[in-house]
Design a protein around this ligand. Structure first.
Ligand SMILES: [Zn+2]
Length: 155
């Protein structure tokens, strides 16, 4: 329930935020923060997410401009998972690390490449300790799974 309300608020937010075209983004963030009462990072997130759907030059949205500029070719190019065909617009510096929705911080990306990049940055931000914990958990799960499969196979 909460999630649906949040999604509704987010789409309403995009309309609301982009309807304030004359305000520079830092004052939008300030306004949203004090009107809705959220953290600075949440306000940053809302404004920068919404900015991707703002008109850009002769383009309907900034999203469409980035896709046109990068010719729908993935810029992450992580072998072997990259499908080359870009379906998403990626923030080079993620929004949650205070990255902005400016053309120089945006690039076209394929879905698997973008997911890989997200996980890589998350692991990096989590620090080596957490990364170790994640790897150990993965290895343990794999061991248990293979043990179960082996048990099933020999019986
Ligand atoms: Zn890719």
């Amino acid at each position: 329930m909460q999630r649906e309300i949040k999604q509704e608020l987010a789409s309403l937010g995009i309309v609301f935020i982009n309807a304030l075209p004359l305000l520079p983004s830092f004052s939008k963030k300030w306004l949203i923060r004090h009107v809705i009462g959220i953290t600075p990072l949440q306000a940053h997130f809302l404004v920068e997410r919404a900015a991707i759907y703002k008109p850009y030059g002769k383009f309907k949205t900034l999203w469409q401009y980035i896709m046109w500029r990068d010719q729908r070719v993935c810029k992450i190019r992580k072998a072997p998972i990259c499908t080359t065909n870009a379906t998403q617009v990626d923030h080079i510096v993620p929004v949650w690390l205070w990255g902005r929705s400016t053309p120089d911080n945006l690039q076209a990306a394929c879905t698997p490449g973008n997911q890989w990049k997200g996980i890589k940055i998350l692991a990096k931000a989590a620090g080596p300790k957490q990364t170790k914990a994640i790897i150990i958990t993965l290895v343990c799960t794999l061991l248990i799974l293979s043990w179960i499969i082996w048990q099933v196979l020999i019986h």
